[in-house]
Design a protein around this ligand. Structure first.
Ligand SMILES: Cc1cc2nc3c(=O)[nH]c(=O)nc-3n(C[C@H](O)[C@H](O)[C@H](O)COP(=O)(O)OP(=O)(O)OC[C@H]3O[C@@H](n4cnc5c(N)ncnc54)[C@H](O)[C@@H]3O)c2cc1C
Length: 475
C-alpha cells in the first residue's frame, strides 16, 4: 500500500478535534486526516434518537451505543469506595454528542489560575476571542421561563429570596458569585449542537478533509524525536499507518494520555513495567482532575413535573465553590433532586495503562474532595426554609453529610488535566521534547475551570487551529 501523507493528522473527532480539523481545512491547500474510533453519521436523517435530546437530557445523555464503557477504580473510602461509570462519547462528535449541552464559558479568573500553573500565554484577553469565534458557529439558546419546570421556578424564587441576583446572561464575565439565571444550552430544534452536526457537518464536503471513522489510534509513530504519523487499527482489525508533518491528539482526557503512553511518552517507570520503551519521561496522567457532583433529595408533589428541560436554570456561588441545577427525578413519587457540583480541582489520578494493548480499558482513579460540598448541604437547608419550598419533605433528613456523599458523590463528567500545559505540553500545546506532536482537548487544562468543560474544549480547538496558522474567520 502506498504511504499515506497528510499535512496534519487530528486524532479524535470530539469537542477539541471537531473544531480543530474543520478550521484547519479552511485553507484548501492543507490536507487533514481526522481519525475517530467510533462511527460517523454523515446523514442527519440517520441521527439516532439519543441525539434528539430536548426535554430530559439527563435520560438521553449517555447515547449508550456510542460510549467507551469505562468505569473508575474503586473511589476512596470518603467517596464510598464505589466504582462509578465514566461515560465518554465514542463517535464522530465525541462527548459533544453525548453531553448535557450546558454551553458555558470558563470564568476570567480561571485563566489567572491557568497562568499561575504555567499556562502563561492563556490570558482572558487571548481566549475570549476564541470563545466568541466558536459561539458564532455553534448556537446556544436559553429556555424562556414559560418552559421551565415548576421546581426550577421555585428554586429561582427561593434563591432570589436568599439575596442571589438574577442574571440574563450566565456567560457574562462577572456572573459567578451568588447568581441565578437561564442556562445557555447548545441545542437547536431539540438537536444537540455537538461538533458532528455543526463544525464537522459544514466542512465534511471539503476535498482536503478526510474523515476516517471506526479507526482506533494505537500510537504515534516517532522517528528521531519527531512525530511522523500514527498507527491505527481499522474496522477489519488490520494495523495501518498514516503519515503527516504534524499530529494533534484530541482523544480526550482519557484517550489522549493512553495514546501518549503507548507511544512511549509518560512516566518512564510505568511504561517500562508494561514493556513500553520510554521516549520522553513526562508526567502524563499523574494528575486527573474532575468536578464532583452530589444530589440532595426532596419530596414535593406540587413541584415535581418533568415537562421542560432539566437544566434550564443554573445557580453559581463562587465563594462557596459550587454551581447548582435542580431537576425532577420522579413525578409519581414527587421526587426532586437538588444537584450541586464543585468548582474546585478535585485532584485524582494516576491515570494508568492496564497494558500496551490499545483495546484494553485504562486504569482510571478519580477522587472527590467532599469537603467542597459542605457548603452545598448548607445551601439545601437554606432553600428548604424558604416559602417557595414550603410543604417539601427533606428525604435526606436524619442522614449525615458523610453518609450522603459516600452514597452519591460522583463524576460531573468533566475529566481534564492528564497532559497539562506546563508539565506535558508547552503554551503552544506542543508536547515537550517531541517535534510535530500537539495536544488540543480537555487533557491540557492545567487546573480545573469553574464551570462545565465542553465550550472550553471547543475554544481550545480554535486556539490550536490559530497556533497552526488558521486565520480568524471573517463573518
Ligand atoms: C454524559 C456527559 C455529560 C456532559 N455534560 C456536559 C455539559 O452539559 N456541558 C459541558 O460543558 N460539558 C459536559 N460534558 C463534558 C464535555 O462534553 C467534555 O468535557 C468535552 O466533550 C471533552 O472534549 P474532548 O475534545 O476533550 O473529548 P471528546 O469530546 O470526548 O473527544 C474525544 C474523541 O476522541 C475519540 N478517541 C478517543 N480515543 C481514541 C483513539 N485511541 N483512537 C481514535 N479516536 C479516539 C473519542 O471517541 C472521541 O470522539 C459532559 C460529558 C459527558 C460524557
Amino acid at each position: 500500500m502506498p504511504r499515506e501523507q497528510f499535512d496534519v493528522i487530528v486524532v479524535g473527532a470530539g469537542s477539541g478535534g471537531g473544531v480543530l480539523a474543520p478550521r484547519l481545512t479552511d485553507d484548501p491547500s492543507r490536507r487533514v486526516l481526522l481519525l475517530e474510533a467510533g462511527p460517523d453519521f454523515p446523514d442527519e436523517l440517520e441521527l439516532q434518537p439519543g441525539f434528539y435530546s430536548g426535554g430530559h437530557q439527563f435520560q438521553h445523555q449517555y447515547v449508550g451505543d456510542h460510549d467507551w464503557g469505562y468505569s473508575s477504580e474503586p473511589l476512596p473510602p470518603e467517596n464510598g469506595s464505589r466504582t462509578i461509570r465514566l461515560p465518554r462519547g465514542r463517535l464522530v462528535g465525541g462527548s459533544s454528542m453525548a453531553n448535557a449541552q450546558m454551553f458555558v464559558r470558563a470564568a476570567p479568573f480561571d485563566f489567572d489560575r491557568w497562568q499561575a500553573a504555567g499556562a502563561t500565554k492563556w490570558t482572558w484577553d487571548t481566549v475570549r476571542p476564541c470563545y466568541e469565534a466558536v459561539e458564532r458557529e455553534v448556537h446556544a439558546k436559553r429556555y424562556a421561563r414559560s418552559g421551565w419546570q415548576p421546581l426550577q421556578l421555585a428554586y429561582e424564587e427561593a434563591l432570589l429570596g436568599l439575596d442571589y441576583v438574577q442574571r440574563d446572561d450566565m456567560n457574562a464575565a462577572d456572573c459567578w458569585n451568588g447568581v441565578v439565571g437561564a442556562t445557555p444550552i447548545n441545542r437547536v430544534n431539540e438537536v444537540r449542537q455537538g461538533t458532528l452536526v455543526t463544525t464537522i457537518r459544514k466542512a465534511r464536503h471539503r476535498e482536503n478533509l478526510t474523515i476516517r471513522p471506526d479507526t482506533l489510534v494505537d500510537r504515534v509513530l516517532l522517528e528521531g524525536g519527531r512525530a511522523v504519523g500514527v498507527r491505527t487499527i481499522g474496522p477489519d482489525g488490520q494495523a495501518r499507518d498514516a503519515h503527516a508533518d504534524r499530529v494533534v491528539l484530541c482523544a480526550g482526557a482519557y484517550g489522549t494520555p493512553a495514546i501518549l503512553m503507548r507511544s512511549g511518552i509518560g512516566p518512564a517507570a510505568h511504561l517500562r513495567s508494561l514493556g513500553i520503551d520510554p521516549v520522553a519521561d513526562l508526567p502524563v496522567g499523574v494528575r486527573l482532575l474532575d468536578h464532583a457532583v452530589c444530589y440532595w433529595y426532596v419530596e414535593n408533589h406540587a413541584l415535581a413535573d418533568m415537562r421542560g428541560p432539566s437544566t434550564a436554570l443554573i445557580a453559581r456561588h463562587r465563594d462557596n465553590d459550587w454551581m447548582s441545577v435542580v431537576t425532577t427525578l420522579d413525578e409519581t413519587q414527587g421526587l426532586c433532586g437538588l444537584a450541586f457540583a464543585t468548582t474546585g480541582d478535585n485532584v485524582g489520578g494516576p491515570f494508568l495503562l492496564r497494558s500496551s494493548d490499545p483495546t484494553a480499558p485504562p486504569i482510571i482513579n478519580h477522587r472527590y474532595d467532599v469537603e467542597q460540598l459542605r457548603s452545598a448541604e448548607q445551601a439545601v437547608h437554606e432553600v428548604l426554609s424558604t416559602d417557595a419550598f414550603r410543604g417539601s419533605r427533606f428525604v435526606d433528613a436524619g442522614r449525615s453529610f458523610e453518609e450522603i456523599v459516600a452514597e452519591r458523590v460522583g463524576t460531573c463528567y468533566h475529566p481534564v488535566g492528564t497532559a497539562p500545559i506546563g508539565a506535558v505540553v508547552d503554551n503552544d500545546l506542543r508536547v515537550h521534547g517531541i517535534d510535530g506532536l500537539m495536544v488540543a482537548d480537555a487533557s491540557v487544562f492545567p487546573t480545573q475551570i469553574s464551570n462545565n468543560t465542553n465550550l472550553t474544549c471547543y475554544m481550545i480547538g480554535e486556539v490550536a487551529a490559530r497556533k497552526l496558522g488558521a486565520a480568524p474567520r471573517l463573518y
